[in-house]
Design a protein around this ligand. Structure first.
Ligand SMILES: [Zn+2]
Ligand SMILES: [Zn+2]
Length: 162
């Protein structure tokens, strides 16, 4: 099975070991990808535990699980990841900007977010994010170009997940 995060590697060569806590995410981008894959696999506990501690207080595993149950994750596109080594040296937060395409209760959405990541307890964690786009998308016809930027037909791309 291909990893849901879109890296085009097998799940067990990519996000699985991080989600199973067999290894740590080395970069914020790896953590971000693993959280996306956990959403796709409806693993609410992993998502909860990879929030920064302050952010965990505003979350509940039940709410995350309910959201994940109602959502099919179609595609992750990473636009930008800051150089976390440099960020650490400068005492700055690391950032990843991404687009996520998903289907929620029959409607397809595009969300673009710039997320902030921090190290707590020796592990990268998701602190918060600023959403710059949250758009409802028209569902393409099967032979039309997919909305995710892949330049493939919809039926050969995100339609496989929804
Ligand atoms: Zn992955
Ligand atoms: Zn697509």
């Amino acid at each position: 099975m291909l990893c849901p995060c879109g890296c085009e590697q097998a799940y067990n060569d990519c996000c699985q070991a991080i989600i199973m806590a067999e290894k740590l995410a080395e970069t914020p981008e790896q953590l971000m990808r693993s959280r996306y894959s956990a959403y796709a696999n409806k693993n609410a506990e992993y998502i909860y535990h990879t929030y920064a501690f302050a952010s965990q207080k505003e979350q509940s595993i039940d709410d995350i699980a309910q959201w994940a149950q109602q959502t099919q994750w179609l595609k992750l596109v990473i636009h930008f990841a800051s150089d976390h080594q440099q960020d650490l040296a400068n005492n700055m937060q690391s950032q990843v900007e991404f687009s996520a395409f998903y289907q929620h209760q029959g409607q397809i959405w595009h969300m673009r977010e710039r997320s902030n990541f921090v190290i707590e307890d020796n592990a990268w964690r998701y602190l918060d994010g600023e959403v710059s786009d949250s758009l409802a998308l028209a569902r393409p016809k099967r032979n039309e170009q997919c909305f995710c930027g892949s330049e493939k037909k919809f039926k050969q791309c995100c339609a496989k997940n929804c």
